[in-house]
Write a protein that binds this ligand. Structure first.
Ligand SMILES: Nc1ncnc2c1ncn2[C@@H]1O[C@H](COP(=O)(O)OP(=O)(O)OP(=O)(O)O)[C@@H](O)[C@H]1O
Length: 370
């Protein structure tokens, strides 16, 4: 195996005394050359700290960080040769767009003639060739962020770090920029480490996603795997939408492969089959998670639908453009949401007694957390 471009080895970071806690708990993480790795997690989970440790703006309390196989502990930020893009564009207002992009070349002593050509190329990469003479204030937010990207890439750094770079943009522009960053990453084979708390953004952009919680990585996987096979209740709840049904494990696993299942008594009073992920032994509390798009709803009584169907009352139908959401009450306060494409058949009236069911292979049973 080729040496990863970046390697965090047992890295911990406490901002104050260790007794007051670690912002990053114990990080072992590798970034491969040419990959776009996203750090995803709620506010305060340690994503920015991890990025700052790599950029050199913070120092680890323990552990090592290697870049290209070399320990970078003693290198100040400007000698690490890493490109950084922040949420606030941090462009120099008194300089033109071209001067902003030329700045990293200037500090690295690139001769003037070579600078002009590289600036032109970098601006072309972000489709701003004709904007070189403008001031940053004469650009839209999206354009300013593209200048910041050009400035971070112009000196061809081995890795570009991006901290919520699209956080200040409106939704439409954010989505457009996501495709643009992805295209740049693929076309140029750039290695990128990207911080966001927006799971949709992470799913769109990433080769792999590291899900952070409380300074730890809870799962590191490709987007599809993360979505379809979350390894714990936290990831199941944070990535994509999930119905979360608390209950108690009733039986040890039976069956093999896709059919491996346990029985769970839901708090709402029904027993269901689910695929065990990290659920404990019989008697322990657990959480069954089912994606709304996996919940089938039929306007017949549960007893007619099959032994694993639950009976529910349709509470509300919410129109959401390309799909409708059905809110269903299981009794005892428990609710399930189902998602259906628009035009997928007649819908029962709110108030109707219906049945809901799902393939047990799509119901994941996790150990209850917290
Ligand atoms: N300079 C600092 N001094 C002290 N504590 C800090 C400092 N920076 C961050 N922290 C703390 O470290 C923890 C992790 O913060 P960090 O900014 O890395 O999280 P994050 O996941 O990037 O959050 P956000 O999405 O809100 O930016 C938090 O508890 C935060 O309060």
């Amino acid at each position: 195996m080729a040496e990863p471009l970046v390697r965090f080895e047992g890295v911990r970071k406490a901002y104050g005394a260790a007794a007051s806690g670690y912002a990053v708990q114990r990080l072992d993480l590798e970034v491969e050359k040419g990959e776009l790795l996203t750090l995803l997690g709620p506010s305060g989970s340690g994503k920015t700290t991890t990025l700052m440790l790599l950029a050199g703006f913070e120092m680890p309390s323990e552990g090592r960080i290697l870049l290209g196989g070399r320990d970078i502990a003693r290198l100040p930020p400007h000698r690490r040769g890493i490109g950084v893009v922040f949420q606030s564009y941090a462009l120099f207002p008194h300089m033109s767009v071209a001067e902003n992009v030329a700045f990293p070349l200037e500090v690295r002593g690139v001769p003037r003639a070579a600078r002009a050509e590289r600036v032109r190329k970098a601006l072309a990469m972000v489709r701003l060739e004709s904007f070189g003479e403008r001031r940053p204030t004469q650009l839209s937010g999206g354009q300013q962020q593209r200048v910041a990207l050009a400035r971070a890439m112009v000196f061809e750094p081995p890795i570009v770090l991006l901290d919520e770079p699209l956080g200040a943009l409106d939704k439409a522009l954010r989505e457009e920029m996501q495709y643009e960053i992805r295209a740049l990453h693929q076309r140029l084979g750039l290695t990128m480490m990207y911080v966001t708390h927006d799971q949709q953004e992470a799913l769109t952009l990433s080769d792999r996603i590291a899900v952070f919680e409380g300074g730890r990585i809870r799962q590191l996987a490709a987007p599809r795997r993360l979505y379809e096979q979350p390894e714990n209740a936290f990831v199941a709840g944070f990535v994509g939408e999930n119905n979360r049904l608390p209950g108690v494990v009733r039986s040890a696993p039976e069956g093999e492969g896709r059919d491996r299942a346990i029985r769970v008594m839901l708090d709402s009073g029904t027993e269901v089959l689910a695929r065990p992920v990290d659920a404990g032994a019989p008697g322990s509390r657990c959480l069954v998670a089912v994606r709304p798009e996996r919940v089938a709803v039929a306007a017949i009584l549960a007893s007619e639908m099959g032994e694993d169907a639950l009976s529910a009352r349709l509470v509300e139908v919410i129109f959401q453009g390309d799909h409708v959401r059905l809110r269903l009450s299981l009794g005892d306060g428990a609710e399930v949401v189902a998602k259906r494409p628009v035009g997928a058949g007649m819908l029962p009236e709110p108030g109707t007694l219906v049945s809901v069911a799902w393939d047990p292979a799509h119901a994941h049973a996790f150990a209850a957390e917290g």
